[in-house]
Design a protein around this ligand. Sequence first.
Ligand SMILES: Nc1ncnc2c1ncn2[C@@H]1O[C@H](COP(=O)(O)OP(=O)(O)OP(=O)(O)O)[C@@H](O)[C@H]1O
Ligand SMILES: [Mg+2]
Length: 306
Amino acid sequence: MIEVENLVKRYGNMTAVKGINFRVEPGEIVGLLGPNGAGKTTTMRMLTGFMPPTEGTIQICGFDVVEDSMSVRQRVGYMPERVPVYPDMTVEGYVTFWAKLRGVRDVRARVHAVLEQFQLLDRRKQLVRFLSKGLRQRLGLAQALVHQPPVIILDEPTIGIDPRQVIEVRDAVRSLREGHAVLFSSHILSEVEQVCDRVIIINHGQIVGEGTPETLSRQLAGRQQVFVVVEGGSDARISAFLRKIPDVVHVRAMDDGFLITTKSDVDLRPTLSRLITQEGFTIVEMRAVDASLEDVFLTLTETKQP
Ligand SMILES: Nc1ncnc2c1ncn2[C@@H]1O[C@H](COP(=O)(O)OP(=O)(O)OP(=O)(O)O)[C@@H](O)[C@H]1O
Ligand SMILES: [Mg+2]
């Protein structure tokens, strides 16, 4: 339903999206996971026809986003990162405006249905500008779904809302799975694991990992982190040496030492210790670090940094 091929976006001489490929099928909730600046919003804006790609193609339900943008807009529900508000509209007026814009036939009935779905009925006469952040997110969802689109694109729908509302929004997203292709962005690994059938990890405009939450967790859990304090050389020399050790995938210089990420299942400390000493450095301290999945994810995405 969503087919993306060799998608590139350049802003001036900065390349925000560097040739990505992926698909989302109906009945699937796919998470686009990446840290700040990864290119999630840029990708989603191109998918929804808000911004043309610099290179590459996007098809939504078989329609080209650039050549058939009207057909695409009718089939896509998009909740942007910052839900744009027309402050002088009422809740009902806002959703009605979007419904008409997308050529919904039974506007009144559909508006009523989505306001009910997102528990906004009792607020329908309220001005949008007086809504809390959480209510605005719900309004954003209502707006995105009023025309019953088969493809739904949600840009960090749970950001900035309280924990109870986060649960509500996640439940709402999960309930959309049937018959829809849903693309959902987040920078929270646990959230994506809870909500999505498949995860695409993006960093610096590139896809750096992809899989079900289970395979991804397994893949990441196989990694280990070791913290070492080494003396006998400059930080740059030590760090360059550590990076060359087999099974070391990442080295981060910290204030007081180095955080080494390995891709080995076995404890690498004896090997590290031997190699570092052989090189003529002194180990002042060495310990295994309990890496949370979040930490390891960040390390994984940092590894591919150009
Ligand atoms: N209109 C723009 N002009 C120039 N650069 C931009 C523009 N929009 C985004 N960028 C840059 O492109 C890169 C990707 O930004 P993008 O907003 O897509 O990331 P993101 O993954 O959505 O991040 P966040 O988690 O912070 O929302 C960033 O380096 C950003 O500074
Ligand atoms: Mg963003």
